[in-house]
Design a binder for this molecule. Structure first.
Ligand SMILES: [Zn+2]
Length: 199
């Protein structure tokens, strides 16, 4: 089996200014490689390696990471895999069982049927929310809770039995728009929550 790697780095999208104080004294204070399964062929297993970077402002100490526009930050799979699933299940009407089997044998992507069902459910909710006139809360709010905290990096997929994943993290996560229009995620330093790392 041939394994092909592609790489995406947050360093290609380095923020210009600190999101808290505005100084341009930013440095990489931590980084981690996250592997995501990509759409392959019957003989090629493709892996996307994402270098996730934690930036630190040397001036005020604020640490933050950005949402890399090239990747689905909440998933262990690339967006190509998801698009493939949406096209087959939602547009062609194929069964999720069949699509999961084809992903395994034809594209070397190992994914559970339950994961596909979860994607489809979220996709339907997103499409519903995108329609004008609906006041439903965007699922994006919930997904943001999986962004790294307190200088360590945690799993990009929230664990089902993790009691803290829903109630603790949203309260200390902040989103802001950078000067160049990109969205940045950060958290305030000094919080009690920071000491409870589960990495
Ligand atoms: Zn700063």
């Amino acid at each position: 089996m041939v394994v092909e790697y592609t790489s995406v780095s947050d360093k290609d999208f380095k923020p210009i200014n600190c999101i808290a104080c505005g100084h341009d004294t930013l440095a990489c204070c931590n980084h981690k490689i996250i592997d995501r399964q990509d759409l392959g062929t019957p003989t090629v297993h493709r892996i996307q390696q994402h270098e996730k970077v934690l930036w630190k402002c040397k001036s005020c100490g604020t640490r933050f990471s950005i949402i890399n526009p090239k990747i689905d930050f909440d998933s262990s799979f690339t967006s190509d895999v998801k698009i493939y699933v949406f096209k087959r299940v939602l547009e062609n009407g194929d069964s999720t069982t069949r699509v999961a089997a084809d992903l395994k044998t034809l594209h070397n992507v190992d994914v559970d049927v339950s994961t596909l069902l979860d994607w489809i459910q979220k996709k339907k909710e997103q499409d519903m929310n995108a329609k004008p006139g609906t006041n439903a809360r965007s699922p994006r709010t919930k997904e943001a809770t999986v962004i790294c905290l307190d200088g360590t990096f945690k799993a990009v997929t929230p664990k089902k039995n993790d009691p803290g994943s829903e109630k603790d993290e949203p309260s200390c996560l902040h989103l802001t728009r950078l000067k160049d229009g990109r969205l940045a995620a950060y958290w305030e330093s000094g919080s009690e929550k920071k000491k409870r790392s589960r990495s």
